[in-house]
Write a new protein. Structure first.
Length: 395
């Protein structure tokens, strides 16, 4: 049962890309098998002269070792918990993680879709949420995959930067040796989240007189809807303009949007090409079995890896040129660093008025003055005419 549990081997057993002497013949056999196969629509071979030139370039790069694992370099690390202990499966085997490929990036994108798919938020709020999500994700991944990274219990990294500086100044020691003060780095020109429309997209928006440009097929629902339309006999798939009008009946403004005729035409070609690929794979099933036999025959004998799988590395040393060398910066409303000595201000505050040069004129009730009253200096209206004791209004 364990032998056929592929996930067990993925989580516990290292794999490696064969050296060029084996990988070359395997890839070349695939090119030879499928390259000359004829397309069911055009009757032309899968590889034309340009494709064969690129295929030969790939083979040359394989012989140079560009696609094989570099010798002596491990592509795996031990999986660790926040406290630094190693992950083990139910059989007591250490679990590993691979640094090859884009699995981590794709997993993060999937998490974003699941988390924010149903949220009804504006663009500015979406940017703020994505920024916070990105910051927290990087913090958690550092705890899992950077040896010695501190577990803080919060995500306000700028407070830790300030704490590091204070402890270093007062105690002469580094509080978190594997922590790097991000506030000490220079600002970069990188941009995240919402970006500006390109010149082409702005041109499309202006020419079509729409708030945003019409974009090609992008959502899963749009692809499914187009596949269903392609199976309908009444859908004018060969007439892009009529098809764009017919497509408007399916638009819901949520996951299916209107398309231009050019989008229908381009997506139709892509859809038909994918259908031909599926048919080609079915026709070549017998040849694929022969390729599997060849791969088994060319299976390299992998020697035991002399390099053991190690823990993740700590944060590398920071280049001094990346520092901004400023005395302090403002991050999250907090001043991090050595603040300059405040300059005393000569402006007087409440209760600090100096001695009068001459005797001040006593206050009078303006309502009594307006009515010719003789008790303007004694009337309570001196603090506001609403308090006048003698007159209801001025004449």
């Amino acid at each position: 049962m364990k032998y056929y549990n592929s996930q067990l081997f993925i989580n516990c057993v290292e794999r490696e890309v064969p050296p060029p002497s084996y990988l070359y013949w395997r890839v070349r056999a695939v090119f030879a098998m499928y390259g000359a196969m004829l397309d069911s629509k055009t009757g032309k071979p899968l590889f034309n002269a340009k494709a064969w030139s690129k295929a030969n370039g790939v083979l040359r790069e394989i012989l140079k070792g560009y696609y094989s694992d570099p010798p002596g370099v491990s592509m795996y690390n031990k999986r660790t918990r926040k406290d630094g202990s190693l992950f083990k499966n139910k059989y007591g085997i250490d679990m590993i993680e691979c640094t090859r490929g884009t699995n981590r990036t794709e997993a993060y994108h999937k998490n974003l879709i699941i988390t924010f798919r149903s949220w009804q938020t504006g663009i500015e709020m979406s940017d703020a949420l994505l920024s916070e999500r990105r910051h927290r994700h990087n913090h958690r991944m550092s705890q899992l995959r950077r040896h010695g990274y501190p577990t803080l219990g919060h995500y306000d990294a700028w407070l830790i930067d300030q704490l590091q500086i204070i402890v270093l100044e007062n105690r002469g020691t580094i509080l978190y040796p594997n922590w790097s003060n991000a506030s000490e780095f220079k600002e970069t020109s990188e941009s995240f989240d919402t970006i500006k429309l390109t010149s082409d997209q702005n041109y499309m928006r202006e020419q079509t007189d729409t708030p945003l440009p019409f974009l090609p097929f992008s959502t899963k629902e749009e692809n499914i809807a187009f596949a269903n339309c392609a199976l309908r006999t009444d859908f004018p798939i060969d007439d892009p303009e009529a098809a764009a009008v017919e497509w408007c009946k399916l638009v819901n403004g949520v996951d299916i949007f209107p398309k231009l005729p050019v989008h229908i035409r381009v997506h139709k070609e892509s859809f038909q090409r994918n259908q031909r690929i599926k048919n080609c794979i079915e026709v070549a099933r017998s040849g694929q079995e022969k390729l599997n036999e060849l791969n088994n025959a060319l299976r390299p004998i992998v020697a035991a890896n002399s390099e053991p799988t190690v823990r993740p590395e700590a944060l590398p040393l920071i280049d001094a040129n990346a520092m901004h060398n400023l005395p302090y910066v403002l991050t999250g409303g907090t001043a991090i660093g050595a603040l300059p000595t405040p300059v005393s201000s000569n402006k007087r505050k409440s209760g600090q008025r100096g001695k009068d040069k001459q005797q001040r004129r006593p206050k009078r009730c303006s309502r009594c003055v307006g009515n010719g009253g003789q008790y303007a200096r004694e009337c309570a209206g001196r603090g506001g005419t609403i308090h006048c004791e003698y007159y209801a209004a001025a004449l």
